[in-house]
Write a new protein. Structure first.
Length: 209
């Protein structure tokens, strides 16, 4: 007689129980608040667990390390504040305008997160795991988003096909980070200046000679 046990009747549940989205949200919020108050170096998984009113095991079931959890927390905040895609408007100018329009207003909470980002950038110089997590996740998103806009412009013929574009997203990220390090918000007006007076002329300029 065939066994009643089958792969279809034995779903894999990972840690053994369905994850509670409310618990996950509380952990991410606790990590973000802890970062703002204590900084990355002083923040511990125990501290995050206590702030989230969760067991430390709940943290490690979701993230393998403090670096991974911290980056996930900042990414979650960024995804709430900024778009993960840019609509194809049919032109590079239109796409840039859409990006500018999506820049969030900077309030007190956003200013707090700016301090978090500065602290993470500093800590990453001392922590290879955090540095890798930032590069592979937090920085990868805006790079991919902006590169998609540039690639669409190349396909339309607005940017020369042989134009070197690999560093262009990093120019935008670098200017925004510099703004944050100087204690000023990369607000809509600033992003507009960067994209319309620096990036657009740079990528669309005709080659001399």
């Amino acid at each position: 007689m065939a066994s009643a046990r089958s792969p279809q009747r034995q779903p894999v549940r990972g840690a053994g129980r369905p994850r509670d989205p409310a618990t996950e949200d509380a952990i991410l919020r606790a990590a973000l608040d802890g970062l703002a108050e204590l900084g990355y170096d002083r923040l511990s998984m125990d501290e995050i667990a206590a702030r989230a009113h969760a067991g430390k095991g709940a943290l490690y079931r979701r993230w393998p390390s403090k670096a991974a959890l911290v980056v996930a927390a900042v990414m979650a905040w960024r995804e709430q504040a900024a778009p993960v895609t840019v609509p194809d408007t049919g032109s590079l100018e239109g796409d840039i305008a859409a990006m500018i329009a999506a820049v969030p207003e900077f309030d007190e909470a956003a200013s707090q997160q700016m301090a978090v980002i500065v602290g993470l950038a500093s800590a990453a110089t001392r922590d290879p795991e955090l540095r890798a997590a930032l590069a592979d996740n937090l920085l990868a998103r805006p790079r991919q988003l902006f590169r998609a806009v540039l690639d669409r412009a190349v396909a339309r013929g607005e940017i020369a096909a042989d134009r070197e574009l690999d560093l262009v997203p990093d120019i935008v990220i670098g200017l925004n980070m510099l703004r944050i390090l100087l204690g000023e918000a990369p607000d809509r007006e600033y992003v507009s200046r960067v994209l319309t007076t620096v990036i657009h002329p740079l990528v669309t300029a005709q080659r001399s000679g």
